[in-house]
Design a protein. Structure first.
Length: 181
C-alpha cells in the first residue's frame, strides 16, 4: 500500500499534543459527510479555520491547531496520511488520546463508499495493526457514547457498516464501560 504523506504540507496553527505510540488502542472510522470532491486540504482549512463571530456561521471553522484525522481516504482509494501517528487530535468525543482517526471522503448516509475506498481501508487497517500491535479496537464514530446535551452523530453513515470490518480484522468494540473519559 502506498500512503501519500501530507503530514508536513497541510496548513497548521501550532500542533496537537504528542502521545506514546503504545497508547494507541483504537481506530475510529469517519465519513466526511461531504461530496466526494473534498480533499485533505479542504478539511484541514475547515478544522483550523477561524471561529470568529464576525464571520458568517457557514464560513467559520473549528479553530483547531490542525486537521483532526490521521488518514483521509479519497473516492479513488488514495490513502493520505494527514497527521503523524503520535499526534493526539480531536476527531471523536472520547478516547482521542487512544485513537487514530480515519476519514473516508463522501456522505455515506446517501451512498456507499467506493470499492476502492473499502479496499484501501482494509489495507490500511492491516498495516496499522502490524505497525501498532497495541491496536485492539475498531469503532465507527457514532458508536462512541455522547456527552450530556450532545446529539449522537450519524458518522460514518448508514452505508458504512463497522461490524464486518471488525470481524475481518479480528478487532473488538468498546462497551460504554470501557470508554475512557
Amino acid at each position: 500500500m502506498e500512503i501519500k504523506k501530507l503530514t508536513h504540507t497541510l496548513p497548521r496553527r501550532g500542533g496537537w499534543p504528542k502521545r506514546r505510540l503504545s497508547a494507541i488502542t483504537d481506530i475510529t472510522v469517519h465519513h466526511s459527510a461531504t461530496s466526494a470532491n473534498h480533499t485533505p486540504l479542504s478539511f484541514a482549512r475547515y478544522h483550523i479555520g477561524s471561529t470568529s463571530k464576525q464571520l458568517p456561521k457557514n464560513n467559520r471553522g473549528k479553530g483547531w491547531p490542525a486537521i483532526a484525522y490521521h488518514f483521509v481516504i479519497t473516492a479513488d482509494g488514495t490513502v493520505n496520511q494527514t497527521l503523524l501517528l503520535d499526534e493526539w487530535s480531536n476527531h471523536n468525543g472520547y478516547n482521542n488520546g487512544h485513537a487514530l482517526g480515519v476519514c473516508l471522503v463522501g456522505n455515506f448516509e446517501e451512498h456507499d463508499p467506493t470499492p476502492a475506498q473499502m479496499e484501501a481501508l482494509h489495507t490500511l487497517i492491516t498495516w496499522l495493526k502490524a505497525a501498532l500491535p497495541s491496536i485492539k479496537t475498531l469503532m465507527g464514530h457514532r458508536e462512541y457514547p455522547v456527552r450530556q446535551n450532545e446529539t449522537r452523530t450519524l458518522c460514518p453513515g448508514k452505508h458504512l457498516s463497522i461490524e464486518p470490518l471488525r470481524e475481518r480484522h479480528d478487532l473488538a468494540r468498546h462497551t460504554a464501560a470501557d470508554i475512557i473519559h
